[in-house]
Design a protein around this ligand. Structure first.
Ligand SMILES: *[C@@H]1O[C@H](CO)[C@@H](O)[C@H](O)[C@H]1NC(C)=O
Ligand SMILES: *[C@@H]1O[C@H](CO)[C@@H](O)[C@H](O)[C@H]1NC(C)=O
Ligand SMILES: *[C@@H]1O[C@H](CO)[C@@H](O)[C@H](O)[C@H]1NC(C)=O
Ligand SMILES: *[C@@H]1O[C@H](CO)[C@@H](O)[C@H](O)[C@H]1NC(C)=O
Ligand SMILES: *[C@@H]1O[C@H](CO)[C@@H](O)[C@H](O)[C@H]1NC(C)=O
Ligand SMILES: *[C@@H]1O[C@H](CO)[C@@H](O)[C@H](O)[C@H]1NC(C)=O
Ligand SMILES: *[C@@H]1O[C@H](CO)[C@@H](O)[C@H](O)[C@H]1NC(C)=O
Ligand SMILES: *[C@@H]1O[C@H](CO)[C@@H](O)[C@H](O)[C@H]1NC(C)=O
Ligand SMILES: *[C@@H]1O[C@H](CO)[C@@H](O)[C@H](O)[C@H]1NC(C)=O
Ligand SMILES: *[C@@H]1O[C@H](CO)[C@@H](O)[C@H](O)[C@H]1NC(C)=O
Length: 508
């Protein structure tokens, strides 16, 4: 999502030893760096956030830092600025960025790497993600100490006044280190008088100021080649129903107008400060669990019996990181009678589904292997307590218990629906009780190794694996939804395919 929708930019990195004037010298002294990703610009109604280089690129003298002390040294003693510090990514924090922004020695960019670092956590999301769009009521929905995401620096929402790149390639990082050591790392007082190792960072983005300004500028037609300064953030939610929404033969069908709906929801995408992430724990664990529930329920309930009054909607919400835009749009449409499509009420083609028709909302959030699976719900609703007890009874895992967790609701699309109507019944399944277990939430490193994923390539997928865990969560959800739909316990033998849950393509 974040990549294609509002980014009009060029990304390039050059390592330069200058000054030079002959072309042939240029070839030997410039090195183009390929393995890097840039931080990019975004806008909301009132602010701009993220980064951009200067038009044509931002140039600065390399200062390779192994520690915060090296950085402080150049901020105090630098005489040949502007500088581009090269830092281990673990040092990237809101304090570092604010120190660099306000420094007297000019900083024209920042280059980050994870060279030989054993990163224990990294998240640039807020500590209370989505807070202003969450249900505001007592008990507070974000824990006071550290929040849901205690590792969060909040940098994802900061306006950074210089470009930042993250470098993947260790040999390119050491090339920069060597260049720094050879040309820059001595006699700091005379740096200004000699040839220095420098970097040019090019990630220029046209958009500035805020959404209104940027869209207005894009709409001004000044010549025959209109410039597009920014794109709106947006994409599509994806949904499907367990049973048809209509009854009767093809070309002669009637909408089913008196059904109830259970929603099973998850996120479809994620974001990151740098334009890359695998999104392994968020959203992939939840989305894979959702697809597994859907496949399992289809095997348990191949067709709706005449007695079945309840249908199941599977929904993957898009763009939830940014103000829950996916669920807000879906709720907006539902409230106005525009879901599933924009047909008038009582049309002969499809039923109109309103929020009141949703009797239960189950959200599959982050579901990596944890000590327990927590069923969060906001009120101490007795009915939800019973549903959580059904989940517990249907949990096939002997290792990871289900723990009902009333009066608690982590950031989730369910917040949007409860804000629309407090009487909607819903719960969120996640592997954390208070603080996220995921130490890399919405970051570049929310990857397969950090959730302990292993590809088995045909050999047996045993107990205790991520695949087994997600299959178990899906089984308990599918069986409990089956009971809701039919009013009876499931007696059949359907079980999820571990091979499908394990499919490597999810994580690549
Ligand atoms: C750095 O600056 C401080 C004071 O500004 C000075 O005392 C120190 O000698 C300088 N160090 C070097 C290596 O230039
Ligand atoms: C826009 O983003 C900034 C920075 O995160 C935030 O302070 C501000 O409240 C946001 N504005 C709106 C209207 O959401
Ligand atoms: C790293 O960079 C070097 C030099 O640019 C290049 O030869 C090598 O293929 C790169 N390695 C990877 C894994 O991309
Ligand atoms: C720069 O020089 C100092 C002092 O000689 C040394 O301790 C440090 O490791 C050097 N830095 C790099 C990145 O080579
Ligand atoms: C339904 O209508 C379409 C278009 O008129 C037609 O191609 C199709 O054969 C019809 N299906 C049946 C089962 O009559
Ligand atoms: C949704 O609920 C309304 C009001 O309870 C009802 O009239 C309508 O038939 C329901 N719609 C569907 C599609 O079941
Ligand atoms: C909220 O939902 C309840 C139960 O579905 C319904 O009776 C009520 O009218 C809804 N309230 C609003 C404001 O839509
Ligand atoms: C729990 O399961 C029982 C037995 O299958 C079923 O009758 C009941 O309706 C379920 N309760 C809830 C709240 O889902
Ligand atoms: C995942 O991130 C860690 C850093 O936390 C890194 O060491 C590891 O190589 C990454 N794994 C993959 C598969 O990218
Ligand atoms: C998976 O197993 C097949 C057959 O044994 C083998 O050819 C293939 O290289 C293996 N792939 C991986 C990624 O290990």
């Amino acid at each position: 999502m974040s990549k294609s929708h509002f980014a009009i930019y060029l990304v390039q990195l050059l390592l330069v030893v200058g000054p030079s004037d002959a072309d042939r010298i240029k070839d030997t002294m410039y090195m183009k760096i390929s393995g890097s990703v840039a931080c990019y610009r975004r806008m909301n109604a009132t602010h701009q956030i993220g980064c951009s280089s200067a038009r044509g690129g931002s140039v600065g003298v390399v200062h390779y830092c192994d520690s915060a002390t090296d950085l402080d040294f150049i901020l105090k003693n630098g005489s040949a600025g502007p500088y581009i510090p090269v830092l281990p990514i673990s040092l990237l924090s809101a304090e570092t960025v604010s120190k660099l922004s306000s420094s007297k020695v000019k900083i024209s960019g920042l280059l980050l790497h994870a060279n030989s670092e054993n990163l224990l956590q990294m998240s640039h999301e807020n500590q209370c993600p989505n807070d202003i769009f969450n249900v505001q009521q007592a008990p507070k929905t974000c824990p006071d100490s550290g929040g849901w995401n205690p590792w969060g620096t909040g940098l994802l929402y900061a306006d950074v006044p210089f470009p930042m790149f993250y470098m993947h390639n260790d040999s390119e990082v050491s090339a920069i280190r060597h260049c720094f050591q050879a040309f820059n790392n001595h006699s700091f007082a005379t740096q200004a008088a000699r040839s220095l190792c420098s970097l040019e960072l090019n990630a220029f983005m046209y958009g500035t100021t805020n959404t209104q300004t940027c869209i207005r500028r894009s709409n001004v037609v000044t010549n025959l080649n209109p410039v597009k300064f920014c794109d709106p953030l947006g994409d599509s939610n994806v949904w499907g129903a367990l049973f048809p929404l209509v009854t009767g033969e093809e070309n002669d069908s009637q909408p089913i107008r008196d059904a109830k709906y259970i929603v099973v929801a998850a996120r479809l995408d994620t974001t990151s400060l740098f334009e890359e992430t695998a999104g392994a724990e968020s959203p992939i664990t939840g989305a894979v669990a959702l697809l597994t529930v859907a496949k399992l329920l289809k095997e348990m309930l191949p067709a709706a019996a005449a007695s079945v009054q309840t249908n199941v909607l599977f929904i993957l919400f898009n763009g939830e990181t940014y103000d829950y835009i996916g669920s807000q749009r879906l709720l907006y449409d539902m409230e106005r009678g525009h879901f599933p499509t924009d047909l008038p009420p009582n049309n002969p083609i499809l039923p109109t589904i309103y929020p009141e028709n949703v009797t239960l909302f189950i959200e599959l959030s982050q579901l990596g292997v944890g000590e327990a699976t927590y069923a969060h719900y906001l009120s101490a609703d007795a009915w939800l307590g019973k549903f959580a007890a059904n989940l517990t009874r249907n949990n096939p895992s002997t290792v990871v218990p289900l723990k009902p967790t009333p009066d608690s609701l982590p950031p989730s699309s369910l917040h949007t629906f409860i804000r629309g109507n407090t009487s909607i019944r819903g719960l969120v399944l996640a592997n954390h009780q208070t603080a996220y277990q995921n130490r890399f939430y919405n970051s570049l490193f929310d990857n397969s190794s950090n959730i302990g994923y292993r590809y088995y390539n045909g050999s047996e997928i045993g107990a205790g694996t991520l695949q087994r865990h997600i299959a178990d969560v899906a089984t308990m959800v599918a069986k409990s939804v089956f009971e809701e739909v039919t009013g009876q316990a499931y007696q059949g033998g359907a079980s999820p395919s571990l091979l499908l849950v394990s499919d490597r393509d999810w994580l690549e």
